[in-house]
Design a protein around this ligand. Sequence first.
Ligand code: 2AM
Ligand code: CA
Length: 264
Amino acid sequence: MARSALLNIMVQAATKAGRSLTRDFGEIENLQVSRKGPADFVTNADRKAEEIVFEELRKARPTYAFLMEESGEVAGTDGQHRWIIDPLDGTTNFMHGIPLFAVAIALERAGEIVASVIYNPVIDELYTAEKGGGAWLNDRSRLRVAGRKHLSECVVATGINSRGSAGDLLQLRQLGQITPAVAGIRRSGSASIDLSWLATGRFDAYWENQLQPWDIAPGWLLLREAGGTMTDFSGTPGSIWNGEVVAGNETIQAQLLKAIKAVK
Ligand code: 2AM
Ligand code: CA
């Protein structure tokens, strides 16, 4: 696939930040055994990655606005475009030396997500999508969601939250109901990875709550371009703003949504 100029900018930003994260990830093993632990180091790695993405994108498109996990909002002057950025999705994995994390970038145009990049630098998987142009892995493979038709045959991804909120308890009740109804549950620790692996067909479905817009936006376009569907827990078509995701191919998404709705 030939990348557009826009996607090239996004890929360059994500891979540059990815290189920085990979270097820092290599240090984690030593820090695990230190008394202080790696927490401050990880915060630093996260901020550094965000700074790289911000600088690259601002240089290329100086008028666009930003919404970033670490630095929040930066206003733009063009009134149409906004970058939505998670420089390190899967922070807990990163801190524990687990190589499942990603740099995630989405571009919103007039309120709609039109381009996205998710890059896992350790396993070197680069996911890209543009509205109407399909979803791709490493520029070579066009992605398509899995075609399974029965929830009982499905590998279903989720996030098990430990935020001390009512949403955590709801999640555990959902997990209790859904686990016996599927072939297997998986939990990657990164919403962007869950959504990109759903787009590849590795996972058949995914649900989670309490997510942030930067956790959802990049993967959502990828999923849509791979033929997938997403709603919130009430069945309202996907939004990046209310934190809830139920996703899969059309048939499986409907079955999972029904199961989710039954959990009070
Ligand atoms: P993070 O690694 O950038 O924090 C895992 O279930 C997903 O939830 C990840 O995408 C993770 O993103 C996100 N996450 C972790 N803690 C969170 C919190 N307190 N609020 C919202 N999202 C969180
Ligand atoms: Ca995140």
